[in-house]
Design a protein around this ligand. Structure first.
Ligand code: PBG
Length: 325
């Protein structure tokens, strides 16, 4: 490396064509996954107040939105179902006529092979207490919960999901799901594990959207402590050993170091989830005119790619895809 005046970094920044030719990171609609919410028995979509541009969808508006997203080149959708009826075990999560199964089948039917239909697998939207598993007193009982996750995975697989994404952060969840899928003829169905999911305050708007806030306590006894990165690498190693095909870090923006570490250490397909609070924060500032929505969004998504994410799960997917195409 030579110094100034021989090396002048500004030479390669002098025009848009030079900058484009020498960009180290790319961002395209095919790198993006759009999360979508569908609520049972809704006639019309209901706007989510803390997430401008997002809705609790009806089945009809859900399939239409999924079709439009894929038409814009987005890689696929990640579905969250909100059931009309909840119980202590979250049994609607695996009911064959449950909202997530019905929605997965409807979206798969609409998209065919044009885009991925990813099933989020968790219990918090389905339990009447809002925790991500089955309770024993005030704690989530790990092993009964992963048995239930296995049942949910089979129900989602039978409904046509292309990819199962377990987000509950129970120990052994990937292995339990893999075994349940393999035992029911779904050995070719891949698992995208929420491997390093942190107990984050940035999930707030999502809990309004998915109606899945815990009715007591918090999730710190199962989701990760934001202080830790070595632990994230152990979580990823476990999930891969249990058969995960791809892994995820969540949230994205405060955790770009984790994304980078996971990608470098394992070299597996890695997704990062740009979560609801990250979206709402940017949108709130943009609404006030404090930042430019388009530039801030593309910069944010590009940064997540630069950190090492192959896929970015983001509520900005639709607009970003429009801007990028
Ligand atoms: C369910 C789940 C959550 C999110 C995705 N899956 C909420 C939580 O763990 O409380 C958050 C997504 C977001 O904030 O966009 N376990």
């Amino acid at each position: 490396m030579t110094g100034f005046p021989t090396y002048r970094p500004r030479r390669l920044r002098a025009s848009a064509a030079l900058r484009a030719a020498f960009a180290e990171t790319s961002l395209s609609p095919g790198d993006l996954i759009a999360p979508l919410f569908v609520k049972e028995a809704l006639g019309e979509p209901v706007p989510i107040s803390s997430m401008p541009g997002h809705f609790q969808h009806s089945l009809e508006s859900l399939t239409k939105e999924a079709r439009e997203l894929v038409g814009l080149g987005v890689a696929g959708v990640l579905l969250f179902g909100v059931p009309a009826r909840k119980d202590s075990e979250g049994s609607e999560a695996w009911a064959s006529a449950g909202i997530s199964q019905v929605a997965l089948a409807a979206v798969k039917d609409e998209l065919g092979d044009d885009g991925l239909v990813i099933a989020d697998l968790c219990l918090c939207e389905y339990t009447d207490h809002g925790h991500c598993g089955i309770l024993d007193g005030d704690t989530v009982a790990n092993d009964p919960t992963i048995a239930a996750y296995g049942r949910i995975a089979v129900a989602q697989a039978s409904s046509g999901a292309d990819l199962i994404a377990p987000s509950g952060m129970m120990d052994g969840q990937v292995g339990a799901i893999r075994a349940a899928l393999d035992g029911t003829g779904h050995d070719q169905l891949p698992v995208l594990a929420y491997a390093a999911k942190y107990a984050s305050s940035f999930y707030g708007p999502f809990r309004e959207a998915a109606e899945g806030a815990p009715s007591f306590g918090d999730r710190r006894a199962y989701q990760q402590d934001p202080a830790n990165v070595e632990e994230a690498l152990r979580e990823v190693a476990l999930d891969l050993a249990e058969g995960a095909d791809a892994v995820m870090v969540k949230p994205a923006l405060g955790y770009l170091d984790v994304v980078r570490a996971v990608k470098q250490e394992f070299g597996y397909p890695t997704a990062a989830y740009n979560v609801s609070g990250e979206y709402s924060m940017l949108m709130a500032a943009a609404e006030r005119g404090w930042i430019d929505e388009r530039q801030a969004t593309l910069e944010t998504l590009g940064s997540i790619r630069r950190a090492g994410a192959d896929l970015v799960i983001t509520y900005h997917a639709r607009k970003a895809a429009e801007w990028l195409s």
